[in-house]
Design a protein around this ligand. Structure first.
Ligand code: NAD
Ligand code: IPM
Ligand code: MN
Length: 352
């Protein structure tokens, strides 16, 4: 019997609800495809912070290191400043485990009310490959001159050759297995120093992949193209912040934030990878029982794929489509009436 040890961190807000539904679906897939998921749950969250003063224990990273994968809901909740919750859990995990690839696939889902709902599923199928360890998300900087008219804030971005090259190479490899088209999102009019550096490395790596159609596009124009001509986009590679923004945009045009999964991948596999939804803890709907569990369930499918359980992964994403098409899984954000639990149950049943 194949058994996988999974660390589950439901976190805050709707994270708790959607992780519960996803576990239900994944356990069903495991039973059907003959493997075991051994879950260990951690209560690391803003609620824990309020009790103890930290988001996770001091040896948190060490404790996670023994797992085959990490399944995260979302962290962050009013009452605890975001920089505390994020630098206290999410960002340290991504960095400590060198999860330098953030993979964010989106596809048009049946029943969506997106402005692009009349497109075909073939036209709207892309992957954002987001740099996940450096770039604009740096600790370098700060605020100065509090209380003075000249008060200012300074932020330094860090782009290393190693960091930029490895994410671009990953994106080329991925594009080679898909349509053979890759677009790099930058802002390279020479205004921002880091961007021509990124472009230069992109061009160098492109020389190693003559079979991939490589294109560089300004992020502002790419955002417009994503809405107007999504059929011309397949794999997108971008920096940490650009990839973050493009992934919510890509989610919005396919099915909404409730539908978009995400994998924080450590490609060599020397550390655990982490799977989560693109969305956050949604404090505005937390506790109402109406959060859409699909993004978290699809993140679970990505986790199964990562663990090598390809048939089960396909069954889970197939079950999402079946249950959505049958109208049983759609929560209010997706134009339906299902509660979080009803949606999760319908999808679990569709797994078989
Ligand atoms: P959000 O993604 O939580 O919510 C944005 C909007 O989308 C809200 O109106 C919300 O109700 C809706 N939404 C999101 N997911 C949904 C779902 N599954 N079903 C139905 N509606 C859904 O983004 P935000 O409001 O900017 O952030 C809220 C908190 O979450 C903040 O503390 C933020 O820092 C945190 N956050 C955490 C993560 C993470 O842990 N990975 C990711 C993003 C945001
Ligand atoms: C995401 C989130 C995080 C990010 C925030 C909460 C730090 O928006 O996972 O997309 O920007 O990485
Ligand atoms: Mn984001």
């Amino acid at each position: 019997q194949r058994d996988y040890r999974i660390a589950s961190i439901p976190g805050d807000g709707i994270g708790v609800d959607v992780v519960a539904e996803a576990r239900k679906v994944l356990d069903r897939a495991a039973a059907r495809y003959g493997f075991g998921l051994e879950w260990t749950e951690f209560d690391w969250s803003c609620e824990r912070y309020s009790r103890t003063g930290t988001m996770m224990p001091e040896d948190g990273i060490e404790r996670l290191s023994v797992f085959d994968a990490i399944f995260l809901g979302a962290v962050g909740f009013p009452g605890v400043p975001d920089h505390v919750s994020l630098w206290g859990l999410l960002i340290p995990v991504r960095r400590a485990f060198a999860q330098y690839v953030n993979l964010r696939p989106v596809r048009l889902l049946p029943g969506t009310s997106s402005v692009l709902k009349d497109r075909t599923a073939e036209e709207l199928d892309m992957v954002i490959v987001r740099e996940n360890s450096e770039g604009e998300y740096s600790e370098l900087g700060g605020r100065h001159g509090s209380g003075h008219p000249g008060e200012f804030a300074l932020q330094e971005s860090v782009f290393t050759r190693v960091g930029v090259e490895r994410i671009i190479r990953y994106a080329f490899e991925l594009a080679g297995t898909r349509s053979g088209r890759l677009v790099s999102a930058t802002k390279s009019n020479g205004i921002i120093h880091t961007m021509p550096f990124w472009d230069e490395i992109f061009a160098e790596v492109a020389a190693d992949y003559p079979e991939v159609g490589a294109e560089q596009c300004h992020i502002d124009a790419l955002a417009a193209r994503m809405v107007q001509h999504p059929d011309r986009i397949d794999v997108v590679v971008g920096s940490n912040l650009f990839g973050d923004i493009l992934s919510d945009l890509a989610a919005a045009i396919t099915g909404g934030l409730g539908m978009a999964p995400s994998g924080n991948i450590n490609p060599p596999g020397e550390y655990p990878s982490m799977f989560e939804a693109v969305h956050g803890s949604a404090p505005d709907i937390a506790g109402k029982g109406i959060a859409n569990p699909v993004a978290q369930i699809l993140a679970g499918a990505m986790m199964l794929e990562h663990l090598g359980e390809h048939a089960a992964a396909r069954a889970v994403s197939g079950a999402v489509e079946t249950a959505l098409a049958a109208g049983e899984a759609a929560t209010p954000d997706f134009g339906g009436h299902a509660t979080t639990t009803e949606s999760g149950t319908a999808i679990a049943e569709a797994v078989g």
